[in-house]
Design a protein around this ligand. Structure first.
Ligand code: ZN
Length: 478
């Protein structure tokens, strides 16, 4: 009996030590991103400014307002005018510089807080996270309580799928009733939107939509192959993700099925409430993996979350390389599909479809923050003007959901999420890659802070803490 007791005691101690070390590891990881705390950033203690001599790209119209003043008070744009007389306020002379709304990435996957700094250093002042977990609710809370400097943080709940296991940690729904209960609980817990996923069946999808309307939750849809593509043009679905799913689903991988493509384009053009987030970068990155044997060792990959790098980036890279060894024509197939995505964007653009910029950053080799500039360049390649391209990451994004309406343009009453850049991005979009100053809710981040955020995120060592947070999701979100 004594020996059983001893073994039991030993097991309890081991479990206790394990739990304690997990808690310590999580705390240490959180501690090591304390550089994002508003209190720790000297320039961020003020959110009231007068910006003078600035050229404004307001993004509510295709124009530049030359040599203006902007008054920001408590993080909100108060006035835009030729002259504003106001005393006792911090003034920023922005002579010869350009002010644009901060960028919005509408399709990201965040794995830790270091990424928040990477988004900011790349001019991204709001993100829509599309694979919600408990850690994201904690980030959202800290952002909303002005604890940390971060892009404004929106998140869907977990990816909702049908009863069939489709080989991922999606939340499987067994019945319409369970679907309704889930939507109610996700709303209650503070998730902003519902994410529907590949594999969602029609009866359960109907129930999700029905409850989402009642609960006032917008839906973001990764198209489900269990319903016709046209099903996704439901008014409660505010955005449809991924150009590649047009090819995988309605076109059934037949790149030359122009008739079917015409049908899809027609449906999109009739559906004015649906925004389309093509996420061209993440697909193109398959091609990049195929042609670059050293991509996992590249400078850019040093900014990837170490867990994702070790698991997802490597798994994707190995899988595509094995495929290439079996059949080298895959390289051309992937390139052809990417080129078709560009053509589809061109056609959809002609029909007046609303695009929102989304990158799918945070998975594979798609790097948080940096990738938004690649995504914008692809839209440009598809024939959108620089103004139209910039719309996808500003006003179009903010119009997609009512809870985002208070950002995306430089107008009175909007949140002062702004980029100050050295040259005119309407002439050359690459000006956006290097903002001199980023304002986030009126708080100023200068180049030194932005560089520091990048330095802190490079080669970070939080693999286990990331794994524990992911595990937390598997245990508590199911
Ligand atoms: Zn995604």
């Amino acid at each position: 009996m004594k020996i059983v007791k001893r073994i039991f005691k030993f097991i309890v101690i081991i479990i206790g030590v394990l739990l304690l070390s997990i808690v310590i590891m999580l705390l240490v990881d959180k501690q090591s991103t304390n550089y994002l705390k508003i209190n720790n950033i000297k320039s961020a203690d003020n959110n009231t400014f007068l910006i003078t001599n600035v050229n404004i790209i307001p993004m509510n119209q295709d124009t530049i307002l030359v040599d203006k003043m902007v008054h920001i008070k408590d993080g909100i744009i108060q006035k835009v005018a030729d002259r504003i007389e106001i005393n006792g306020i911090e003034t920023l002379d922005a002579k010869n510089k350009y002010l644009t709304p901060g960028l919005i990435d509408m399709h990201v996957h965040v794995w830790d807080r270091y990424e928040l700094g990477l988004y900011l250093s790349n001019g991204v002042t709001a993100v829509r996270n599309l694979w919600g977990m408990p850690m994201h609710l904690r980030i959202k809370e800290d952002v909303n309580n002005d604890e940390i400097i971060s892009p404004i943080f929106f998140t869907t709940g977990p990816k909702l799928t049908g009863p069939e296991f489709i080989g991922d940690d999606n939340l499987q729904l067994a019945s319409p009733n369970e679907a309704k209960e889930k939507v109610i609980s996700l709303k209650k817990r503070g998730y902003d939107f519902i994410k529907t996923y590949y594999g969602l069946t029609e009866d359960i999808f109907d129930a999700v939509i029905e409850q989402a309307i009642i609960s006032d939750m917008d839906i973001v849809a990764h198209p489900s192959q269990k319903v016709p593509y046209s099903y996704h043009f439901n008014p409660q679905i505010k955005s449809i993700e991924h150009a590649e799913d047009i090819i995988q689903q309605p076109l059934n991988y037949n790149l030359s099925d122009t008739l079917k493509l015409k049908e899809v384009i027609n449906d999109f053009s009739k559906s004015k409430h649906s925004s389309f987030s093509p996420t061209l970068t993440v697909y193109n990155n398959i091609y990049q993996m195929l042609i670059d044997d050293n991509i996992l060792e590249s400078e850019q990959l040093k900014f990837m979350n170490p867990l994702i790098k070790k698991v997802d980036s490597k798994e994707q890279f190995d899988r595509w390389h094995k495929t290439k060894l079996r059949d080298s024509s895959i390289v051309k197939t992937i390139k052809d599909q990417h080129d078709l995505h560009i053509k589809i964007i061109k056609k959809l653009h002609k029909e007046g479809v609303t695009f929102i910029c989304g990158t799918d950053a945070g998975i594979g080799v798609t790097i948080p923050g940096f990738s938004i500039h690649q995504e914008l360049a692809f839209y440009k390649k598809a024939g959108l003007s620089n103004y139209e391209v910039l719309k996808t990451a500003t006003i179009n994004a903010s119009k997609t959901h009512s809870i985002m309406n208070n950002m995306g343009t430089i107008e009175v009453g909007k949140i002062a999420n702004l980029l100050l850049v050295d040259s005119n991005p309407l002439l050359d979009l690459s000006a956006l890659q290097n903002p001199t100053i980023v304002f986030i809710k009126g708080r100023k981040l200068n180049k030194d802070s932005l560089n520091y955020f990048e330095e802190k995120a490079r080669n970070r060592k939080n693999l286990i803490a990331s794994a524990v947070r992911y595990l937390e999701n598997l245990i508590f979100e199911k």
